[in-house]
Design a protein around this ligand. Sequence first.
Ligand SMILES: [Zn+2]
Length: 401
Amino acid sequence: MTSHIIRNARLSDGSHVDVHLSAGIVEKTTPHNPTAVVNEHETDAKGQLILPTLAEPHAHLDKAFLAERIPNPSGDLLGAIHAVHEHAHTLTFDDIVERASRAVNIYLKNGTTRIRTHADTFDGSTLQVRALRQVANNFRDLCDIEICALVQWPLTGKEGKPSRLLAERARADGADLIGGCPHLDTDPSGANKVFLALAKDLDCNLDLHVDETLDAGMLSLRDLAKRVINKAPAFSVTASHCVSLGMQSTKVQKQVSRLVAEANIAIVTLPQTNLYLQGREYPSAMPRALTALAALRAAGVTVLAGGDNLQDPFNPMGRADPLEAAGLLVSAGHYFPEDAFEAVGSTVHQRLSGELPFLTPGARAHFILTPAKSVREFIAFANQPRSVFRHGTLIHDTLEA
Ligand SMILES: [Zn+2]
């Protein structure tokens, strides 16, 4: 790819710029030159807002669109887990590839160029990992898809041996990293220890569903943070959900948040699914089931936001658009819209792939052009037009679709 200039793009601060690209990489950004004539090697942004592409730090593409096939009458977490286990034998390789591909196509049209998806593992099988590897390979020129094997519990003791072996097989079969649910283990702290050892042995990153409970007695995040500080692993550790931290006193939230910051653990909050799954036992004053967002951010922790499940037994809603999570961060998490947008875009790219800040020289030219007046308006309207560019090349335009 040769040099390319995006003329007259509007930054979120209102200034207009020309973005100079070379081989899909940002070379420099200069104030817009209104007298320049746009030639065939250039794109006229016509004053549209230029924004980083979106990113989904936590999906479950293997379960996408199963809401009708696998009902969850109780609507809670254990109901969803049991329902999926009962129907696991009905899922096939082609079926998983087809549903996951449908989801990725929608994510792409919405401007998403990076997805980290978890992949279930059942009864010694890595079917989901292999199917999602196929999907990741199919979409490799359009979207960076990372696969996290969701290793079944228990992990600890003799009983945990099959799961530990499964983690190894999942890595061999195409999982980029491993994860699981220590809060569902009989020994959450022991599970944290095993997960950290496994990630080291398997030379990969770790992303745990730390907890999805309003039970303040479950606080294995503190244990995880202490272990990470102690071991100082070379791999990165991500802690997803962390719902119980939101139920602690502000004093405990601050203490744990400081440990999480020291451990350099990134937190992923999943507002839509946790608003749906948790709180059903509270007839009044229902908690929001979000983690302690304010305390974590005040401590300097990197907080990302994701969609989690997509129209399946864990979450019957979802439109495969990270802006949905951003909107919920504003409404339910009291974020400013600009901060919410970063949690579903540039911060995810920087944390999960080491990307440079948006539009800085050397950054990959992954961006969206939209006529939206502001970031806030872009989030607020679900259907704002958006042209999606990857490596400086247009990969989707809602106006032409
Ligand atoms: Zn999840």
